[in-house]
Design a protein around this ligand. Structure first.
Ligand code: FES
Ligand SMILES: [Fe+2]
Length: 378
């Protein structure tokens, strides 16, 4: 049979690899699908309880493309809601953190909600809705919130997702031992946008192969440049043992041997990179903004770190983030090419491959009809 060559036949052959391919990077439809099928189904780190001490204290954030807010109520509970007014979907609270008093008022037409999200005020109600409106049906939409280790605030939009504890099960027991509630937030955070697709950054975060080249200034902190790569469920870990001469324990004896003799670069699907040490906890979150735009938001928490130590840790993290984002920004330019195909993952990219498989599996799975709307609100 006479078959004429297809236009794409001359491209580099497509190898079977789970790694991120160029056509998954700039596609707007795929990005929109990821915001719903990946992010809206996941537990996403939103902040910490240091901003939620008193009634009316709140934080705002994003779960994928969805703005959310978290607030401390008068009876001490912490509640989360979509940060969308039920009238015309305006944001209700805007600052990253603050105190809203005893109610939250939308700036557009001043509908007012109490700290439990109930609609309690609607200006000029009788003239605006002469036929009446059922106020009880227009409260803020609640979301799931988890206060992990009494410190870190995670939110989830899906009613179907497992509990946060289950979400991070492979890390849970180790994380329990650090005692993160004794760590306090550093005096400043890092917050910057880059021309990077969120998955490209996530792949880099889960790539233990590049570390010795892109962060070579850190090579003397590692024993034989060794790495133990682990991945299971929705978490991953790259453990790097320290040389015998190093002592990263910070005087602690309450962690297990592995934690005292090296350091971990962990990952919690879909967008959080925790780097836990005996005296500090680094969190780097990749917030997708557009197919080719990602915000990196980093905070450090520490046990007894003075101002100079904090600044040194922050500068070090800034440098590491810079080394990664410079490399991945360069990569993004090349991923524009419709001609290139990426190769198979090395052993030390095993967790990146694992995460890409999770992303694709979520993207391929349509939402259940009761995934977001709680059919029996409690
Ligand atoms: S959009 Fe909030 S009151 Fe109109
Ligand atoms: Fe890196």
């Amino acid at each position: 049979m006479n078959q004429s060559p297809r236009e794409t036949d001359g491209l580099v052959p497509h190898s079977t690899t789970p790694m991120l391919q160029p056509w998954e990077v700039y596609d707007r439809d795929l990005f929109d699908l990821e915001m719903v099928r990946v992010f809206a189904r996941s537990w996403v780190w939103l902040g910490d309880t240091e901003d939620l001490q008193s009634p009316g204290d709140f934080i705002t954030g994003q779960i994928g493309a969805q703005p959310v807010l978290v607030v401390r109520t008068a009876d001490g509970e912490v509640k989360g809601f979509l940060n969308n007014c039920r009238h015309r979907a305006s944001g209700v609270l805007f600052e990253p953190a603050g105190n809203c008093g005893s109610t939250m008022t939308c700036p557009y037409h001043n509908w007012t909600y109490d700290l439990h999200g109930r609609l309690v005020g609607l200006p000029d109600r009788v003239r605006m809705y002469p036929e009446g409106i059922e106020m009880g049906e227009y409260g803020l939409v609640p979301i799931r919130i988890e206060l992990a280790w009494n410190k870190l605030v995670f939110g989830c939009l899906s009613h179907r997702a497992p509990s946060f504890r289950e979400w991070i099960a492979p890390l849970a027991a180790r994380y329990d031992r650090y005692g993160f509630d004794d760590y306090t937030r550093y005096y400043r955070e890092l917050d910057q946008e880059y021309p990077i697709n969120w998955k490209a950054f996530v792949e880099n975060s889960n790539d233990d192969y590049h570390v010795r080249f892109v962060h070579r200034r850190l090579n003397d902190q590692r024993r034989s440049l060794d790495t133990i790569v682990r991945f299971e469920g929705r978490t991953c870990s790259g453990y790097k043992p320290h040389p015998e001469s190093a002592n990263p324990s910070g005087g602690r004896v309450d962690l297990d041997d592995e934690a005292l003799r090296g350091h971990y670069a962990d990952f919690i699907y879909p967008n959080l990179t925790p780097l836990p040490y005996s005296t500090i906890l680094i969190l780097v979150r990749a917030d997708p903004i557009a197919p080719d735009r990602t915000r990196l938001f980093s905070r450090i928490y520490g046990r007894g770190r003075d101002a100079d130590q904090q600044e040194a840790d922050l500068i070090n993290l800034e440098l590491t983030n810079h080394e990664d984002t410079t490399m991945v920004t360069e990569l993004m330019r090349n991923l524009r090419s419709p001609f290139c195909r990426v190769g198979p993952p090395t052993t030390w990219e095993g967790r990146a491959a694992h995460i890409m498989k999770l992303v694709r599996a979520d993207v391929a799975t349509p939402l259940a009809s009761d995934e977001f709307y709680d059919l029996a609100p409690g």
